[in-house]
Each structure stands twice: as C-alpha cells, then as structure tokens.
Ligand binder design. Structure first.
Ligand code: ATP
Ligand code: MG
Length: 394
C-alpha cells in the first residue's frame, strides 16, 4: 500500500483549481516583477472556514518564490499584535534568501529590523507619536504616524534591497486578517496608502485572507480600507472538486471510478476540506495499491470515519456558541432550509426580528454562518443543520 496523499486540515499536496483567484495574485506579481512597482491595492480573499484561503496563500507564496520574490508570511491573532511578527518574518525571509548583507551592513539592517519591530508593536506607539507631533499639527487620523512611517520605509527599503540583489521584489502574506487588532489593520492600511503614493519605487505586493467579515473590519479600521481589492472565495466547482480527489491519487498511481468520484463530490458539495476528509477516509478504507482504482464500496466504507470527524467539528462549533447563539442556530436548523430568512429565525426564537442582530453578527464573526444576500444566512459547514436537529432527538 502507498501513503495516504490527502491532507484534511493541511496545505494540500496538489492545489486544485482556483485559476481566476491565482490570476489575481499573479497579475500583481507580474507588475512588481516587470515594472519594479507596487503590485496594486491590498488584495483580500475572504471566505468561511475550510474553503481554502490559507492553501491559496501558500500556493501564491510558492509561485512567488519561484519567480524570485522574497515572501514574508504572518497569521494574525487576537492575542498579540501582528506587526512585530511581520517584521520578524520579513527578517527570516531576507536571511533565508541571503538578501541581508553579511557583516557590517547586515548588522545595521538587523538592528534596524529590531527597532522597527519595537516601534510597530508598542501598545503606546499611538500615544507617543501624537505627543511627538508638533503642536497644532495633529494628524487627522487618530493614529500616530511613527509606526506607519517606520513600517513604510522598512518595506520600501527591504523591497528595494531585494531588487538590487537581483530578486523580483517583496511579497507580504497576511492570513487570518479579520482578527488583527484594529490599530494593526489601520497601520497596515495607512502604510500601503503611503507606499501607493510613490508606487513606482515600491516593488512589493500584499496579499491577505480572512473570514467574510474581513472587508467590514478593514473599512472600520480606515475608511479607505474599502478601496482594497476584495475577492470572495466560493466552494469549488465540479471539475475542481474532482481534481482535489484525482490529482493526489494520480501521483501515487491510483485512480477513481466515476461513480465513486460523483458520490464524494455530491457529499462534499464543493467544500475543499470535506473533499480532503472523505478522500482520506476512502483511501484508508481501501489501502489501494498502485495501478488500482478507488470505487464506490471504498467510499461507503470510508465515510463513517469522515463523518465522525465532521461531527466532532459540528460539536465544537455548537459548544463554543452561547445559549442565545445556540437558540439562533436551532431556529435556523428547524426550518430545514439551506438559506434562512431573518423573520424565520426570529419567529423560531420567539423574538422580534430586529433583536436578533447581535447573535447573528457574532455567528458570522465566528464563521459558523454566512450571509447570502437579502438578509438570508446559511451554515458554512455542510451537515450542520442536520447535526443541530439531531441534538433534539438525543
Ligand atoms: N484548491 C485546493 N485544492 C486541494 N485542496 C484544497 C484546496 N483548497 C483547500 N484545500 C484543502 O481544504 C482544507 C482547508 O483549506 P485551508 O486550510 O486552506 O482553508 P481556510 O479557508 O484557510 O480555512 P480556515 O478559515 O479554517 O483557516 C485543507 O485540508 C486543504 O488541504
Ligand atoms: Mg486558513
């Protein structure tokens, strides 16, 4: 038997589809590469959990590095400021690409990186900058200018250094952007705005990803945040979903019967995580040898293990919801519909439809439900409605 090539919960061995989204990134990289200028506005991919944001960013990182970019990666977290981490990651990336000079000049660079890291990370950075700015000349933003200036010149100098050393430029990747602290978002947006003012001298691009609330959070952090390039990621189409299953198996010399493929694609409904999960379960059930095919019987034998994992995820989402949120979810599930209206939920909860906004927003924030237009919402994880309905019977 050969090793299981599926990767539920990890960056995929073979990244399938997403041609249009990759093109958005490659267009920016091409601009940096060809003209040595800023790639474009902040690119923001947004989608619920498990749709493939991190995988897309990792794929972009790999492509960029192949083109001669130096890529710095950070994932935001609610617990700590992200910008010092970004500076640290930039340093590692520059060192790994052997762009930072050795000896004297390198030492100056490293000291500077440390200084900027402190500057953008100080909780008091904001206050300090306001105090430092001349009286009567308050920046119109509430945010201090010092960290923005520090980050801007650092990104500029680092990108220019990469170019001087024969590289393409700099790619900054920011994952989980929706949880960045508002100050961090604001500093990042202001920095990019400044770099855009001198675009032809800033050979870099910034690509980010977050939950569907990201556009709103960015616009709250800085009004011009709304001028970022927002790209929603949807579930995979049929052909791409099939490729998620067939491509990794093919590398191991294993095929899929058409019936088995159709069954898994129907079950997963284009959700990349589920495709990987069921693919993995099928593989483990079959333990296929090179030259064989995975069939419908293998899918059926593999499903219970995948189902168990999925149920554990449902349970975790349910468990982390407050009683009011649970009542909201139960009311949604009770309708048995995919897309549920505000009125139906309010009626189910025995509340006025205006009073359900708070739990609705929080559940969207958590990525458990998502808006689908006209005030309707749906669950982001397939099978969640059935899971919640099943709780009643237990
Ligand atoms: N284009 C793709 N081809 C193959 N597998 C994919 C693809 N996109 C995502 N996956 C798989 O789907 C799963 C979820 O992907 P990923 O972690 O990138 O999602 P995400 O949107 O970042 O989720 P989260 O919001 O939880 O971080 C992973 O197991 C990954 O292997
Ligand atoms: Mg992710």
């Amino acid at each position: 038997m050969t090793a299981n090539p599926y990767t539920p919960g990890q960056v995929p061995r073979v990244f399938a589809g997403r041609a249009a989204e990759l093109r958005r990134i490659e267009d920016q990289l091409a601009r940096v590469l060809t003209f040595g200028e800023l790639g474009g506005p902040l690119l923001v991919f947004h989608a619920p959990r498990g749709i493939g944001k991190t995988s897309l960013l990792r794929t972009a990182q790999r492509r960029a590095e192949e083109l001669g970019f130096v890529a710095a990666w950070v994932a935001c977290s609610r617990e700590r400021p992200v910008l010092p981490e970004l500076v640290g990651s930039l340093r590692t990336a520059l060192e790994r690409a052997e762009v930072l000079p050795r000896g004297g000049a390198g030492g100056v660079w490293r000291k500077r990186l440390e200084r900027v890291s402190v500057e953008v990370g100080l909780p008091g950075a904001k206050v300090a900058a306001e105090v430092a700015s001349p009286p009567g000349e308050k920046p119109d933003d509430t945010l201090g200018l010092a960290p923005i200036h520090a980050l801007g010149t650092l990104l500029h100098d680092a990108a220019a250094l990469v170019r001087r050393r024969g590289g393409a430029g700099l790619l900054v990747l920011v994952d989980e952007l929706h949880v960045a602290l508002p100050d961090d978002m604001s500093i990042l947006l202001n920095t990019l705005q400044n770099l855009d003012g001198d675009r032809e001298h800033n050979p870099l691009a910034v690509v980010s990803a977050g939950l569907p609330v990201t556009p709103e959070a960015l616009t709250r952090a800085a009004t011009f945040g709304e001028r970022s390039a927002f790209v929603p990621l949807d579930v995979l189409n049929g052909a791409d979903a099939r490729a998620v299953l067939t491509a990794p198996a093919e590398e191991a010399g294993v095929g899929w019967t058409d019936g088995a493929l159709t069954a898994v694609v129907d079950e997963a409904r284009g959700h990349p995580y589920l495709l990987q999960l069921i693919g993995s379960g099928t593989w483990d059930a079959a333990r296929p040898r090179r030259g064989t095919k995975l069939g419908l019987a293998d899918v059926r034998r593999g499903l219970p293990a995948a189902q168990q994992q999925l149920t554990a995820m449902h349970r975790a989402r349910w468990g982390s919801a407050t009683p009011t949120e649970q009542a909201f979810l139960a009311a949604m599930a009770a309708t048995g519909l995919d897309n549920v209206t505000r009125v139906a939920i309010a009626t189910g909860m025995g509340r006025d439809s205006r009073s359900i906004s708070a739990p609705r927003e929080r559940l969207i924030d958590k990525g458990v439900i998502e808006p689908v237009g006209h005030g309707l919402v749906r669950f982001t994880l397939p099978g969640f409605g059935a899971f919640v309905r099943g709780l009643d019977d237990a």
